[in-house]
Design a protein around this ligand. Structure first.
Ligand code: 3PG
Length: 308
């Protein structure tokens, strides 16, 4: 079987070597397509592959149509909004993610972002400390939990909400369960967003929630840019000169927002939450192992799309 690692944003060389070793040791063929400039390059490269390892690379219906031999796609990471799941199911292709494997890297970035904004983006102006502040976690999955733990260790009081996790489990993990998103946003100095981009969540964080934040509030988004209603964010930042926003991947109107709001807003130039040597290794190797296991035993444990 031929396994292609297709990564517009490549893994570290060590992670690629590790993936190659796992694929070849199991008698499969390894191929890589990195930093490809056009989506057409991916479409061309999948023609003879049986398995695909990707990151935020777009596996569209066109890619699936072109990949006649494809049996499995593993998104080395958590969010799979970049894969057309329905088309994959229609093509009888199994789609998996590697949940938790890059969570620590993202959680560390969320904490770093809070400190960066509290210190005025490392300008000499008097900043503030995160110790003693309230931290709201929107979605208490692998990343959200870790952000909560790290925030607690830094002396923050942690509140969390998750539509799929009962309040008791949130409390058992040491956070105060919020009764509603309104309560979370109105109670927390920092809100850290960890929801996936789905039809239900896209554009769901807007003016109504953001403007509820207490004085000096900071919204931290290491999830997906699409979950923010950008017009609502702009309105909230305009009305409330005390609010701040930091995000891993720029909003569509970033230049205009930067011009207007200066150091109250910051966006990373390229998504970097999972871009650590450790996360590359964990997620990349997990993806390779899941593919080998799928070929050898049919294990579909991490499948995220429906079966045909
Ligand atoms: C994820 O969903 O796992 C993260 O957003 C990381 O995405 P990346 O692999 O493209 O950096």
């Amino acid at each position: 079987m031929k396994v292609l690692v297709a990564t517009q944003k490549p893994f570290s060389a060590a992670a690629v070597a590790g993936i190659r070793e796992i694929i070849e040791a199991s008698g499969n063929e390894f191929a890589a397509l990195e930093k490809y400039p056009e989506q057409a390059d991916l479409v061309a490269a999948v023609r003879d592959v049986d398995a695909l390892i990707i990151r935020s690379d777009k596996v569209t219906a066109e890619v699936l149509d072109a990949a006649a031999n494809l049996k499995i796609v593993v998104r080395a990471g958590a969010g799979y909004d970049n894969v057309d799941l329905e088309a994959a199911t229609a093509h009888n292709v199994v789609v998996m993610n590697t949940p938790g494997q890059n969570a620590n890297a993202v959680a560390e970035l969320a904490i770093a972002m809070m400190i960066y904004m509290s210190r005025g983006q490392f300008t000499p102006a008097t900043g503030s400390e995160i110790q003693g502040k309230t931290l709201g976690i929107q979605a208490f999955g692998n990343v959200g939990r870790l952000v909560g733990k790290k925030g607690e260790a830094l002396g923050m009081s942690v509140m969390a909400i998750d539509p799929f996790i009962p309040a008791e489990s949130i409390a058992q993990a040491g956070a105060t369960p919020a009764e509603s998103l309104e309560q979370l946003y109105s109670s927390c100095d920092f809100v850290s967003v960890h929801i996936p981009a789905t039809p239900q969540t896209i554009g769901s964080i807007g003016y109504d929630l953001i403007s509820k934040m207490p004085k000096g509030g900071c919204l931290v988004n290491t999830a997906r840019k699409e979950v923010i209603d950008e017009a609502g964010l702009e309105k909230a930042l305009e009305e409330r000169p005390d609010l701040k926003y930091i995000t891993d991947v720029a909003p569509g109107n970033y230049d205009a927002l930067k011009e207007k709001f200066g150091t109250r807003i910051f966006a990373t130039p390229k998504k970097m939450g999972a871009q650590t040597a450790e996360a590359n290794m964990n997620a990349g190797l997990a993806a390779a192992r899941q593919i080998v296991d799928f070929f050898e035993t049919g294990n579909t444990r991490f499948q995220v799309n429906g079966k045909k």
